[in-house]
Design a protein around this ligand. Structure first.
Ligand code: ZN
Length: 115
């Protein structure tokens, strides 16, 4: 009777479960660092795109000023608000570093992400 009962049991052995858990652990150990690396790359790309967008806005402001006879870049990034969507901030995607702006060349740069 005991033999019949044992034969009808279905399930995994402890060795099978440990093997699966170890394989999942190895996959996670490979995937997590890759995911962190991709996040950093995405933030760097976004910061560089923001810099380019601000430079484009500065160029538009320069052209507008030139059309009215006084070609000059805006004195500060905050003067570009009419060329940007509302709520933009001239900060790096790390959330703290401010982007630097040159009112003589219109160049925008980040100390963390150079282009
Ligand atoms: Zn940056």
């Amino acid at each position: 009777m005991l033999r019949k009962f044992k034969k009808s049991e279905k399930g995994f052995t402890l060795i099978e479960l440990i093997t699966v858990i170890v394989i999942i652990g190895i996959l996670a150990a490979v995937a997590v660092p890759k995911f962190i690396s991709l996040t950093g790359q995405a933030k760097a790309a976004q910061c560089k795109a923001n810099q380019a967008a601000l430079e484009s806005a500065a160029a538009m402001a320069y052209a507008t000023a030139a059309a009215s006879g006084t070609p000059a870049y805006p004195a500060a990034l905050s003067d570009l608000s009419s060329y940007m969507t509302s709520g933009y901030t001239a900060t790096c995607t790390d959330g703290t570093t401010a982007l630097t702006y040159s009112s003589t060349t219109g160049a925008v740069s980040c100390s963390n992400h150079s282009r």
